[in-house]
Design a protein. Sequence first.
Length: 414
Amino acid sequence: MPLAARLGRTALERLHADHGTSFYLLDLERARSNIRELTQAFRAIYARTAIGHSYKTNYIPSLCALTYAEGAYAEVVSGMEYDLACRLAAAPQRILLNGPVKSEALLERALLASSLVNVDSSQEVEVVRTIAQRHPDRTLRVGLRVNFALDGLKRSRFGIDAEGEELATAHARLAEKGNVAVEGLHGHFGGDRSAASYRQRTERMIGLVDRLFSAGPPKFIDVGGGLAGPMPEALRAQFKKPAPTYAEYAEAIATPMRERYGVGPDAPELIVEPGMGLFSDVLEFVCRVAATKTIGGVRHAIVTGSIYNVKPTLNTFDMPLLVVPGERAAAPACRWVVSGYTCMEIDILHSGAHTDLAVGDHVVFANTGAYTVVLKPPFIETAPAIIAVDANSTMTVARRAETLDDLMTTYPIA
């Protein structure tokens, strides 16, 4: 049952009164359940599995604290995210620093703090060598992000090409520095969420490890993220291919790892970085119907939220919605186009919801936990509050509603 439905209309009315016309509900228990279910599915096959919390997907501090308490790495891709992980008390050695652009200052700080840095280019290889030369008494932990072709997918622009000599050269350039420890390989490929694709990329990475780490297995193999996660059936039905379950991903990824490395303590750690797969269903966005109209025979409901609150990646999915009616009589259900508060024609949250709607109703959008909080621009309206709800239905403010003063702080105004 959606969290908003469990809380009920009275609680939603109170939250609207306290926090404004729209807000998110953060389901902490669902987040905890997701990370445990995913971890258990993988560890049942390959015990040495760890999760990396993708900060770029959702960096709500209370969510970061929860996943860190559950044993997850902090997976970050910028100086801002690295600083945030440190501020949230993540141990530096539990931070994975990825990303295509890392300043020399960031690389040096992370490496000297014993964070694991996944090198993305030959230029970064040379910067790491320079840092190693400056600090000959320190061991620097690095991995190599790899890039190779996968069936049916366009080649990624990230990582080091594994299909020529560049990857082997990068590995050799780093390994020849006695104080650089090349601990493993990292790969992340978007575009295909099928279990078969994840099996293929895992097997390819194992093959690269065999080629590069001839002295013995590395410390880790990181297969990246991009996994699908739990979702309502109304959303699942819109996928062209069935979205795999956690168990199906575990079978595809962990099984080749077990077959190659066994279950001993010296086996490489398998790292998975499922941002969307972990966090999509932990947030619900709650707004209200502000106006209704009929244009050209089509019924429209305009709500106090926007596409940037619900699906800022501008995908074509109709996000599942729940209507919690206000104090009114029920009316026959009909087809509604639900749109947002912006002045853009693309601001369509649902292209045809068959439901009963009226001004003042609460409209709740499910599966809004991935990339919404981090991608919402300061466009027309400020960002809404986030209310965290625990297993006992106790509510706390995870983020207050943004104000104009928050936005204008960085602008000098006479």
